[in-house]
Design a protein around this ligand. Structure first.
Ligand code: UDP
Length: 257
């Protein structure tokens, strides 16, 4: 294996220099963190599953014309992506009240929202990613009005598409978080979907039992975290075996296929 230059290391992923200019390699770690890094664990196989689930989702979104940074999966833990300038916002889209909105507005968890709601948080770990308004975003130049319009339109389209995709797997898409980046192509700059879409960044509930199949299993000490992620992958047709043994047996291989 060739030693590559590390560009950035986050909580669940590492970015390495890519093989060509304008590309990066995104490596999915097994590390899980919650509550702004206060709670941590290593969950064997999580990175492998998130790599596969995110690849699947990004490919489906590319297929309906949503521009993304995703190029291809390289191996068990890595993807080739386009290098973008990350817009410092966490864009949250909610269909059902859960997590912070339930607490903040005193809405019982599980209550359907009157319509899909988009929220913006400023990406700043030291501040715990505070909720911000469009006024803050444009005043502090984190994004332009045009970029906000594009982000809202794309996020609602992603929400509609993924709601259907997961419903087909008997899963309710409660909420999710996405990030966007600026892709520079000559004189042009395009807003594209970046980061990942996985059970780390979505709330996914079994349609009939309400069982949580996402990172809340880790946040709330419910156990069976990777098993739940494997169940999502199995229902989406990404892996075959119920327990994801197929994936987990390879998960010790932290380098390449
Ligand atoms: N989320 C995320 N990263 C974050 C914060 C939230 O991926 O740093 C996701 C989270 O998994 C959920 C959605 O965004 O699917 C809404 O999260 P919420 O604001 O309810 O935050 P939490 O309850 O996790 O504090």
């Amino acid at each position: 294996m060739v030693k590559r230059r590390k560009i950035y290391e986050g909580k669940a992923k590492i970015l390495y220099e890519g093989p060509e200019p304008g590309t990066l390699i995104q490596y999915f770690k097994d590390d899980a963190t919650a509550f702004n890094n206060e709670k941590r664990a290593v969950l064997d196989g999580k990175g492998v599953l998130n790599n596969r689930i995110s690849e699947f989702v990004m490919m489906q979104l590319n297929g309906i014309g949503i521009p993304t940074h995703f190029l291809k999966r390289i191996n068990m833990r890595e993807q080739l992506i386009r290098e973008v300038e990350i817009i410092p916002l966490e864009v949250i889209c909610r269909n059902v009240a859960a997590g912070s909105i339930a607490k903040r507005l005193g809405i019982e968890e599980g209550t359907p929202l009157p319509r899909s709601i988009i929220e913006f948080c400023y990406k700043k770990d030291e501040l715990g990613d505070p909720l911000v308004s469009e006024e803050h975003i444009t005043a502090f130049n984190w994004a332009t009005h045009q970029e906000i319009d594009d982000i809202i339109a794309m996020t609602l389209r992603i929400n509609d598409f993924l709601t259907g995709l997961f419903a087909g797997a008997q899963i309710k898409l409660v909420d999710f978080k996405v990030e966007y980046g600026r892709l520079y192509e000559g004189e042009m700059v395009r807003t594209v979907l970046a980061d990942e879409i996985s059970p780390d960044s979505c709330r996914l509930w079994d349609m009939t039992t309400g069982e949580k199949l996402d990172k809340d299993r880790f946040r709330r000490d419910l156990g069976g975290v990777t098993e739940a992620y494997a169940e999502v992958a199995r229902r989406l047709g990404i892996i075959k075996e119920a327990g994801g043994a197929e994936i987990l047996s390879f998960s010790q291989d932290k380098s390449e296929e």
